[in-house]
Design a protein around this ligand. Structure first.
Ligand code: LLP
Length: 443
């Protein structure tokens, strides 16, 4: 398990003779120059994945292709927002903070979509003033709030309704979002979604353009997306029957799965979107409505595989287990503050030695962080070389999504830097936080 597997590392990663290189920059040089722990983003890989989702949507849906909105929550920074803009896709933001990143680089407002189940009045006002293309309405309270603020600003705001179609996505409960018992959106089954349609239509400052659903994350099968699409299409058909014209847009959200471990797959955009297009076209034909403009919101599938975290080993210790077994604890200089996913979702990762060729044999190992908590585990169980020593660099791939973006300052640990690498060059896109940054917050 501790060998380099190109399928889980970013596209321009190689293990050359005795060390890892990402976009032709060695892991050791990265740590020497920028410190550790370090998030390393393969810029070309990010751009090409983003472009691939765009072209795959266009090919699958033809003239019904809408916008690929990159889900900023997976990881956003000003530089990443520039890449997203340059690739020509849109940005899904779900807080004022994410919107501020877009504004800071002048991201075209016409390609921004605002989400959030509890948007503040300030967030709504700023978003409408900025001119965001679409606001996805999540509750009855929000209908009144968005309508009132749009009206004060003299704007007719395009909106979608977030529908919870009652689909059980096969993923972790905390990242499954479209079953009935969740905080998000308007339930289809209870009639709330239908009531929201009429409530929005009664507001002169809102223009209802379509429906949205996001069923969850790290999904591999098209069934969940298909079931959600079919239910939303039924609602679109009911709209047409009732109001005599069509709602012309449908946003199917994100959630496309990626490989974290050897042997897992990263969903191919063309394959999944072609499958979805077939289903959407078929359901629309049977419901006798036109195929709506289809948008999607992939986050993880664009940024997840592009990024590798580099850690430096600080200590190791061996523990005897029952039955004559043993485990080696390998402690690195980060942990649950830069990757909460194992603790929160039981997410699994691999690690390799990045600064040299490890010399076996392997040992049953556990990679842990530096936090004061036994659950501060990055990899619960992995075979790693017995010769790992303090000072070695471990590389953990596929940490681009929900790694930095969910990072914390637990134990007053400053957040790592994020470095972009491209064709032999490395540059900081988010500088390392310092203890002074943290103390500056305090009186
Ligand atoms: N659209 C909406 C409305 C969402 O809520 C999300 C994710 C996405 C798009 C993007 O989903 P993606 O393509 O990245 O799966 N922290 C969790 C994931 C939470 C996702 C929340 N919403 C994790 O680390 O797995």
């Amino acid at each position: 398990m501790s060998a380099f597997d190109p399928a889980v590392f970013s596209r321009n990663s190689r293990f050359e003779v005795d060390h890892l290189k990402i976009a032709s920059v060695s892991a050791s040089a990265l740590v020497a120059d920028f410190g550790s722990p370090l998030f390393v983003v393969d810029e070309e890989d990010f751009r090409s994945r983003a472009s691939h989702w765009k072209s795959a949507l266009e090919e699958a849906f033809g003239e019904s292709a809408g916008t690929v909105y990159y889900a900023a929550k997976s990881f956003i920074s000003k530089e990443v927002a520039r890449w997203v803009d340059q690739v020509g896709i849109g940005l899904d933001v779900c807080t004022g903070g994410e919107l501020a990143v877009a504004e800071a680089i002048g991201f075209p407002a016409g390609r921004v979509e605002l989400h959030g189940n509890n948007k503040s009045e300030d967030e709504i006002r700023i978003a409408i003033s900025y001119g965001v293309h679409t606001i996805v309405i999540d509750s009855f309270f929000e209908i009144e709030r968005v309508a009132r603020i749009a009206s004060e600003l003299g704007v007719v705001q395009r909106v979608y309704i977030r529908v919870t179609p009652g689909v059980e996505a096969h993923t972790h409960e905390f990242i499954s979002t479209a079953h009935e018992d969740v905080k998000f959106g308007f339930s289809l089954a209870s009639g709330a979604a239908w009531d929201a349609i009429s409530a929005i239509r009664a507001e002169n400052s809102l223009r209802l353009m379509g429906l949205h659903s996001h069923i969850g994350s790290q999904i591999f099968e098209s069934e969940g997306f298909a079931a959600a699409a079919a239910k939303l299409i039924t609602l679109l058909a009911r709209f047409k029957d009732t109001y005599g014209h069509e709602l012309s847009e449908l946003d199917l959200g994100g959630g496309y799965g990626i490989a974290y471990l050897p042997g897992e797959e990263t969903l191919d955009p063309s394959r999944i979107l072609n499958e979805l297009a077939d289903i959407v076209k078929r359901e629309c034909a049977s419901a006798q409505i036109s195929v709506p403009i289809i948008s999607i919101e992939p986050g993880r599938a664009i940024v997840g595989p592009t990024t590798t975290t580099l850690y430096t080993v600080g200590t190791t210790k061996d523990v005897e287990l029952d039955g004559g077994l043993s485990r080696r604890y390998i402690a690195v200089d980060g942990g649950m503050s830069d990757n909460i996913r194992p603790a929160l979702y039981g997410a699994e990762y691999i690690a390799i030695v990045a600064n040299r060729l490890p010399l076996g044999p392997n040992r049953n190992s556990r990679v842990v962080g530096k936090h004061c908590e036994s659950g501060d585990i990055i990899i619960r169980e992995i075979e790693l070389s017995a010769d790992i020593q303090p000072g070695d660099i471990l590389a953990v791939p596929a940490t681009g999504a929900y790694g930095y973006s969910m990072a914390s300052n637990y134990n007053h640990v400053p957040r790592p830097a994020v470095v972009a690498v491209n064709q032999g060059n490395a540059r900081v896109i988010v500088r390392r936080e310092s203890i002074s940054d943290l103390l500056a917050l305090e009186n």
